[in-house]
Design a protein around this ligand. Structure first.
Ligand SMILES: C[S@@+](CC[C@H](N)C(=O)[O-])C[C@H]1O[C@@H](n2cnc3c(N)ncnc32)[C@H](O)[C@@H]1O
Length: 256
């Protein structure tokens, strides 16, 4: 088994407890918190037969590397996941092989070009999980990796959505194109809006960094660029909010 890592917060630990209790080494909790949420949580841990250890706030903060632990942290083993984007796409293609076209599950991928804030990455993973995204891709050299803060903000989605960090993002986008995946980039200055584009087929949606947006090469590699209409004074949305707006438009189109 892998070296254990730490999850913290009710959501992140709760999702792991629900989906893979066998992967939890032990759960730490603050016994001085006696509210209903903590009582229910402790009950669930006991039902699952997971080892429960009392810890004060300082120990939890040290374990979590953050004060946002809500009185709960867990040491867990990594879950076995698909190890590469290719493997994931091949699994999807194989699952679609015998299905009529109308019933095929079309890949939906979120690409984050340089999102470095762990809170933004966590929020993007959370909305990606909600919208049924198959994988999130980011460049290795300029993006946040999955850490305890990301896992906490993602509320369990860091466990459910595969996150691949790639060496050369433009090359990966070209490889997606070779698999007939349509690359839709987002920019607040694109003349066409997301409501004028088709998200029904295999799609990779590309969002840019908090400050500078997508890099020039990334934007050039996209098949098309779309904007989210902005009616007020601010020029752009937070990247996780923009991800949510675009992904739920994709989900809406795919659901009709
Ligand atoms: C805070 S914005 C960056 C703004 C930056 N000035 C730019 O040139 O894109 C972060 C990312 O969220 C997405 N985004 C935010 N607002 C958007 C909008 N109105 N239309 C399209 N994408 C938007 C884009 O992917 C953008 O790169």
């Amino acid at each position: 088994m892998s070296t254990p890592k730490v999850l913290f917060g009710f959501h992140a630990v709760g999702v792991r407890l629900k989906t893979a209790p066998q992967s939890i080494v032990e759960i730490y909790f603050e016994p001085t918190r006696r509210d209903a949420r903590m009582r229910q949580f402790v009950e669930k841990v006991n039902e699952a037969g997971v080892r429960l250890i009392e810890a004060d706030g300082m120990r939890l903060a040290k374990l979590a590397g953050s004060h946002g632990h809500q009185g709960v942290a867990a040491r867990v083993h990594e879950l076995a996941q698909v190890t590469s984007l290719d493997e994931l796409l091949e699994q999807l293609e194989a699952a679609n092989l015998d299905k009529p076209v109308a019933e095929r599950e079309q890949p939906l991928i979120l690409v984050l070009d340089g999102v470095t804030d762990p809170h933004n990455l966590g929020a993007c993973l959370r909305v990606a999980d909600g919208a049924g995204v198959h994988a999130v891709i980011a460049p290795k050299d300029h993006a946040a990796g999955i850490n305890a803060t990301v896992a906490k903000v993602a509320s369990g989605a860091a466990e459910t959505v595969p996150y691949f960090m790639v060496t050369n993002l433009a090359r990966t986008l070209n490889e997606l194109k070779e698999r007939n995946i349509w690359i839709i980039g987002t920019s607040d200055v694109a003349p066409r809006t997301l409501y004028q584009t088709d998200f029904k087929g295999p799609v990779a949606l590309v969002l840019g960094a908090e400050g500078d947006g997508m890099r020039a090469l990334t934007a050039k590699t996209c098949d098309e660029l779309v904007s989210i209409p902005m009616r007020g004074a601010v020029e752009s949305l937070n990247v996780s909010v923009a991800s949510g707006v675009c992904l739920y438009e994709a989900l809406r189109q795919r659901s009709v």
